[in-house]
Design a protein around this ligand. Structure first.
Ligand SMILES: C[S@@+](CC[C@H](N)C(=O)[O-])C[C@H]1O[C@@H](n2cnc3c(N)ncnc32)[C@H](O)[C@@H]1O
Length: 266
């Protein structure tokens, strides 16, 4: 049974995070919000609350949520790719839609790598990689204090010993990790490119950077390449790119996997 079959409305965009559902309801259907929430709870029996989704905003990329129906508690526990994540959906950023990309990236990590995750949030990349690669060292940096608290708790819940959690602006940690990382993961599509020049100092020669970007959907490769080129002083090669989602009519989110070369060509 689908929400559309129960309500008769074209509602298809919702996320399930633990026992919470977060649904996008266009303005014209707002007066049917409670019916939509009840339909979601009928289809997904574990759901105890349904919230209405607003766009993410601010430097912590948090969504303001409105309770439509059920328990107002916004803390929950979810699972993805075999790890457990505790979070408050109203106070931190977390998107289950990125879980497949996290798995793809974690599968490309090799034994013994040093992995740097700025914009680490509650730890989904850092913890998954640390769990899958016990010989890797993972450092995650996050600015939102609430997210950092959950990140630390999630490290303990998942019993990973090879993750270091750092709180603060990632730019304040760059000088502590010069030429340290084999891999840098930058999941901040709104302005990751603005951090590239500084963060490239953390990567070693031939390190891999996964750069999340909003790009023009009519020329994602050209737009992505230009954004990277203008913000990095090293030679680089684009190894691959993946489309993650449509963001607006003309903008899509992509992740670019790039390799940077620090040694001069002889
Ligand atoms: C789009 S979210 C991604 C969170 C997480 N990686 C995930 O996928 O669930 C970006 C995160 O970067 C954090 N952030 C933004 N600017 C930052 C900065 N300069 N230094 C450290 N963290 C920052 C935000 O608070 C937010 O949690």
């Amino acid at each position: 049974m689908k929400i559309r079959d129960i309500t008769g409305l074209p509602i298809t965009s919702y996320d399930i995070i633990g026992d919470i559902a977060i649904v996008y309801i266009p303005d014209q259907y707002i007066d049917r919000s409670v019916d939509i929430a009840k339909a979601i709870m009928q289809v997904h029996k574990r759901i105890r609350s349904v919230f209405r989704k607003n766009p993410v905003e601010g430097e912590y990329r948090v969504r303001k949520l409105e309770l439509i129906y059920g328990d107002p508690n916004t803390e929950t526990i979810t699972r993805e790719n075999g790890i457990v994540l505790k979070l408050d959906v109203d106070r931190v950023f977390y998107s289950p839609r990125m879980s497949n990309d996290r798995l793809i990236i974690s599968k490309s990590v090799r034994d013994g790598e040093n992995v740097f995750v700025p914009f680490a949030g509650i730890g989904p990349y850092a913890i998954l990689i640390a769990k899958r690669c016990q010989t890797c060292r993972v450092v995650g940096v996050e600015k939102n204090h609430v997210a950092v608290e959950y990140f630390r708790e999630n490290v303990n819940i998942n019993r990973v010993k090879n993750v270091e959690v750092l709180e603060g602006d990632v730019l304040d940690f760059v000088d502590l990790y010069p030429n340290w990382a084999d891999r840098v993961i930058m999941p901040l599509p709104k302005d990751s490119y603005a951090y590239l020049r500084e963060l490239s100092k953390v990567g070693r020669d031939k390190s891999i950077f996964h750069v999340y970007l909003f790009v023009n959907s009519s020329d994602p490769m050209g737009d992505g390449r230009a954004k990277i080129e203008q913000n990095i002083d090293y030679r680089f090669e684009i190894l691959g790119m993946r489309r993650l989602r449509g963001y607006s009519k003309s903008i899509d989110e992509y992740v670019f996997d790039i390799q940077i070369y620090k040694k001069l060509l002889s």
